[in-house]
Design a protein around this ligand. Structure first.
Ligand code: AMP
Length: 176
């Protein structure tokens, strides 16, 4: 299945959740076994030789392909969640969103210094969420970090937020 075909399967919803937002609905990508397999195969090919030991998924749409990719890579999986959701000791990172502050948390023992980590989320927009996740994971002293998205909104140019030596990959790139 071509990348263009996968892009065509993504459903665009105008004015969701608020007026002016063109929402990329990824549920249509998971609906057919063919597109689900294709995504899984692409992710596997991207990271199979990187020595990934842990995949970290960002709540909540990073929880679809995150664990699926961890299984393919024979890696573990750890969730990054909104405050108050994780039951054990956590590390937290705050970040500024368009309207006010937000924060994300990870279990303090989720990652170790020998881990090669792939942080996965569904979509790169302004990059605020992934930047906070990247900082959180870096603070845990892991060996190396890779960043991955199913979709990148290229016109927002959020890649520039991340250090040049960090590999940022996206599967489906949209100009609008
Ligand atoms: P950001 O921090 O701006 O990069 O936003 C990333 C998060 O917001 C992702 O986890 C997405 O789930 C969600 N998001 C932002 N913009 C969109 C959009 N246009 N369509 C779907 N999800 C979006």
């Amino acid at each position: 299945m071509s990348i263009q075909k996968l892009k065509d399967i993504v459903r665009n919803i105008s004015d969701f959740p608020i007026p002016g937002i063109e929402f990329k609905d990824i549920t249509t990508l998971f609906q057919s076994p063919e597109s689900l397999h294709e995504l899984s195969d692409i992710l596997y090919e991207m990271y199979k030789d990187k020595g990934i030991t842990m995949v970290v998924g960002i709540e909540s749409r990073g929880f679809f392909m995150g664990p699926a990719t961890a299984l393919r890579l024979n890696a573990g999986f750890a969730p990054i969640r909104k405050p108050g959701k994780l039951p054990y000791k956590v590390y937290e990172e705050s970040y500024t969103k368009e309207y006010g502050e937000d924060a994300i948390q990870i279990h303090a023992d989720a990652l170790g210094k020998d881990d090669v980590v792939l942080i996965h989320d569904d979509l790169l927009a302004t990059g605020g969420t992934m930047l906070a996740a990247y900082k959180l994971v870096k603070k845990m002293g892991v060996k190396k970090v890779y960043l991955n998205f199913l979709i990148e909104l290229e016109m927002l140019d959020a890649r520039k937020l991340f250090p040049e030596d960090v590999e940022v990959e996206s599967i489906l790139k949209f100009e609008i």
